[in-house]
Ligand binder design. Structure first.
Ligand code: 5CA
Length: 158
């Protein structure tokens, strides 16, 4: 999927969710949480990582949204989903979300993916997530992000 199309897909999904106009393209890379924090001049904790994991038994994806300052504990996530998950390959991420790693957005996926939101995301007034490319982000309150993704709040931080 071309980068422009992924960015447009996210912008359109945000509009449909009542969050139109929230995406922005930055001059600097936002490929990682650290880079995004530097580019935006915000705390790295306010960057939401969109991490894709694979459930081997069914070859399905789950999406975990976590604060940029936390690491996801794969054991805790496995307990939540009921089987041992594995971190997805770049090809799997692209196939199931339509996004390349570094630009995986929590909305505008090519097909619905069960989404979990780590509790650490909720501690901020305002957060930023990738918007379809490694130079685009959108801003939301944690409540808006929960509503937009239909995510379930979990405690999966290390
Ligand atoms: N644009 C930023 C946030 S605004 C961003 O996308 N950050 S991220 O954390 O959601 O995406 C980077 C994540 O992709 C890394 O934390 C890592 O979990 C995952 N990742 C990076 N390289 C690989 C790889 N080769 N294979 C699988 N996952 C990877």
């Amino acid at each position: 999927m071309a980068k422009g199309r992924s960015v447009a897909r996210v912008a359109s999904a945000l509009s449909e969710l009542g969050l139109g106009g929230r995406s922005r393209e930055l001059p600097d890379s936002t490929r990682t949480a650290a880079e995004a924090g530097a580019a935006l001049g915000c705390e790295v904790g306010q960057i939401v990582k969109s991490l894709v994991f694979r459930l081997p038994s069914t070859d399905t994806a789950v999406l975990v949204l976590a604060s940029g300052s936390t690491r996801v504990d794969v054991g805790k996530l496995s307990a939540v989903v009921g089987e041992t998950v594995e971190q997805a390959s770049g090809a799997f991420v692209r196939d199931r979300t339509g996004f390349a790693i570094g630009g995986v957005a929590p909305v505008g996926l090519v097909a619905p993916v069960t989404t979990y939101v780590d509790r650490g995301v909720l501690g901020w007034d305002h957060v930023w997530a990738a918007a379809g490319s490694p130079r685009t982000v959108f801003d939301a309150t944690p409540d808006e992000l929960l509503a937009a993704t239909g995510g379930t709040v979990v405690d999966v931080a290390e």
